[in-house]
Design a binder for this molecule. Structure first.
Ligand SMILES: [Zn+2]
Length: 268
């Protein structure tokens, strides 16, 4: 029997596009931002400094779980240091203590972060897996819709100032060779106050929010999904596919979208 051609180019529900929004620092303007994102069905990953919670201008610890429900709470270190200028044990303490404090508020493992000031070096990135961090966002925008090559140096598409233009490019994108395309926006909610441009959130919500062709995901969901795709097992002729993961996975078989449900073995 002839073997068939499998391609990992699908997100959940067979989609080929995903959007992630990632905001830093947990300032009080997150309340307005989350309310707007909820209105438009956008999902966010919010990177919080546990040491700043409850300070003037910041989110309070007791509102974290309710405010960010349906979104992801992620680490940003306790005190927002320059990690590349920190000794190793200080890096460990900043990351582990932040994870622990946030986990006690949200009730799930916190496995992601963004680099304070966006700065890092090879030593910092290499330390993160031992500290339980699977993915870390930089501020090095590249203007593309690529999935991360290295999740510990996860470069975004653009800052939120450019998100309207990039969202329009993203929706119009139709690559000759199908692939997973990711629009990844980063920023800070307080910048919308500083710059007086909250309308950007409405504009991106109106353009993107209702789209049936886009999967709105947190960073955690995206990484979990990609790991589940990587864990698929195929027979030699690729006519049998087993999904050992606890989440449903989609892929292309001879260019057609196929779903392998959690724990299922399917015949193609
Ligand atoms: Zn920050």
């Amino acid at each position: 029997m002839a073997s068939i051609r499998i391609k990992f180019d699908r997100f959940p529900n067979g989609l080929s596009k995903a959007a992630v929004f990632s905001f830093d620092d947990g300032r009080e303007q997150d309340r307005k931002l989350v309310a707007l994102m909820n209105r438009y069905g956008l999902k966010g990953t919010f990177h919080l400094n546990s040491g700043f919670l409850g300070r003037d201008g910041y989110i309070r610890a007791e509102e974290v779980s309710g405010l960010y429900e349906g979104h992801e709470v992620s680490a940003h270190t306790v005190d927002h240091p320059f990690l590349e200028q920190s000794p190793g044990d200080q890096i460990a303490e900043e990351v582990l203590a932040d994870r622990g404090a946030l986990e006690s508020l949200v009730g799930y493992p916190v496995r992601g972060m963004s680099y304070p000031f966006g700065t890092y070096d090879d030593r910092v990135a290499a330390a993160l897996p031992v500290l339980g961090i699977e993915y870390a966002r930089t501020v090095a925008s590249h203007g593309r819709f690529d999935m991360p090559e290295d999740p510990l140096r996860w470069h975004p598409t653009c800052h939120h100032k450019e998100m309207i233009l990039q969202a329009e490019r993203f929706l119009a994108s139709n690559p000759r060779h199908s692939r997973m395309e990711l629009l990844f926006v980063w920023g800070h909610s307080y910048e919308f106050d500083n710059d007086g441009n909250w309308e950007l959130v409405d504009q991106v919500g109106e353009r993107l929010g209702g789209s049936k062709s886009v999967w709105f995901a947190t960073m955690a969901e995206l990484i979990a999904y990609r790991k589940a795709v990587g864990a698929l097992r195929f027979s030699v002729d690729r006519r049998l596919a087993h999904n050992p993961s606890a989440i449903d996975v989609w892929f292309s078989a001879e260019s057609e979208a196929v779903k392998a449900g959690a724990g299922e073995t399917i015949r193609l």
